[in-house]
Design a binder for this molecule. Structure first.
Ligand code: C5P
Length: 313
């Protein structure tokens, strides 16, 4: 049985174009463990896909061997380090003999803020794997795509599943959780981003011997109980929040202002803050009336069910 949520048929539109929506994620819950021998950290998290997304359009280009990347955002790196470039290179290196026409142009409509803890780069990488799998008729199943995704980054496997999911290991051990339903969110994007690597170093410095993580089974049980009792917002927690707010006081300022209005927390290693609103009208009204305390930007979005990568023609 194929584990692939994406049909194995070719979805090439006019001119062989493949378009994917690559959705951002939040961490509803994030606990960090100690640094492992391989340099990564074990963690326990609850991932959640949100409506905010980038759009990636892939068009085969005859006679040009590589990937030509064009993006609407001036700060997206366009060299070999770009995760879309790395996804193209990874598939080409592994399956080159099955790829008669490797030349591709990729246009990225970038809507997910960078260095915000919203998983935008990871979503783009996962989107590129799914789109190129279609463009090149590789018929890789989701398990294979997930294994390749982990080579690109710890958060790249999650968008292939999407929705609400428990994450363990370095973020790649995924268990789907029951759908949370639609919740309306106000995101505040401070004018500074946070490097994930730096945030993990701050965590290590502040926690030379972190407490043991809950097992994934324990977390799943507690989560299910909180959902049954309608209390999952009491779960909202992020171990990064204290250290990131300490090192980047502007993030603390924005968080405190948001928290004065609605339940609010940091996502991933930041810098984005998430406010949980009772309904869409409240989220919109908060955004419209928001007086920035430190040059932060507002985005209104909502939780969605998976997958986090959606193909269209
Ligand atoms: O996996 P990814 O390349 O996205 O991770 C970026 C950096 O974040 C890693 O080099 C590592 O320093 C840190 N990291 C970590 N533990 C994780 C995920 C990331 O220490 N579980």
């Amino acid at each position: 049985m194929s584990l692939l949520p994406y049909p194995a048929m070719t979805l090439l539109g006019a001119g062989g174009r493949v378009t994917v929506r690559a959705h951002a994620k939040l961490n509803l819950y994030l606990r960090l463990g100690a640094r492992r021998e391989d340099g990564y950290h074990d963690l326990s998290t609850v991932f959640q896909t949100i409506a905010l997304h980038d759009t990636l359009e892939f068009t085969p280009e005859q006679g040009r061997p590589g990937l030509q990347l064009r993006t609407t955002h001036p700060d997206v790196p366009d060299g070999a380090d770009n995760l879309i470039q790395r996804a193209w290179r990874l598939l080409f290196d592994r399956f080159g003999e099955r790829i008669p026409q490797p030349g591709i142009a990729c246009r990225v409509d970038k809507q997910i803020p960078l260095m915000a803890g919203l998983g935008g780069g990871s979503a783009d990488a996962a989107g590129a794997l799914v789109a190129l799998n279609q463009c090149w008729d590789l018929e890789l199943d989701r398990q294979t795509l997930s294994t390749l995704a982990l080579e690109l980054g710890s958060d790249v496997p999650f968008p292939l599943l999407g929705g609400t999911a428990l994450g363990g290991g370095r973020g790649e051990v995924l268990t789907p959780l029951p759908d949370l339903g639609e919740h309306h969110l106000l995101l505040l994007i401070p004018p500074v981003g946070v490097s994930t690597k730096a945030a993990f170093a701050w965590w290590d410095e502040a926690h030379p011997a972190p407490e043991p993580l809950p097992t994934l089974a324990e977390l799943e049980r507690l989560w299910a109980q909180a959902i049954r009792q309608g209390e999952w917002p009491t779960f909202l927690h992020n171990d990064f929040e204290a250290v990131v707010c300490h090192h980047v006081p502007v993030i603390r300022q924005v968080r405190d202002a948001l928290r004065a209005r609605v339940p609010a927390w940091l996502t991933g290693s930041g810098s984005a803050l998430v406010g949980l609103c009772p309904d869409a009208a409240t989220a919109l009204q908060l955004a419209e009336r928001w007086q920035p305390v430190a040059g932060e930007r507002c985005l209104v979005t909502r939780t969605v069910t998976g997958p986090g990568i959606v193909l269209s023609t």
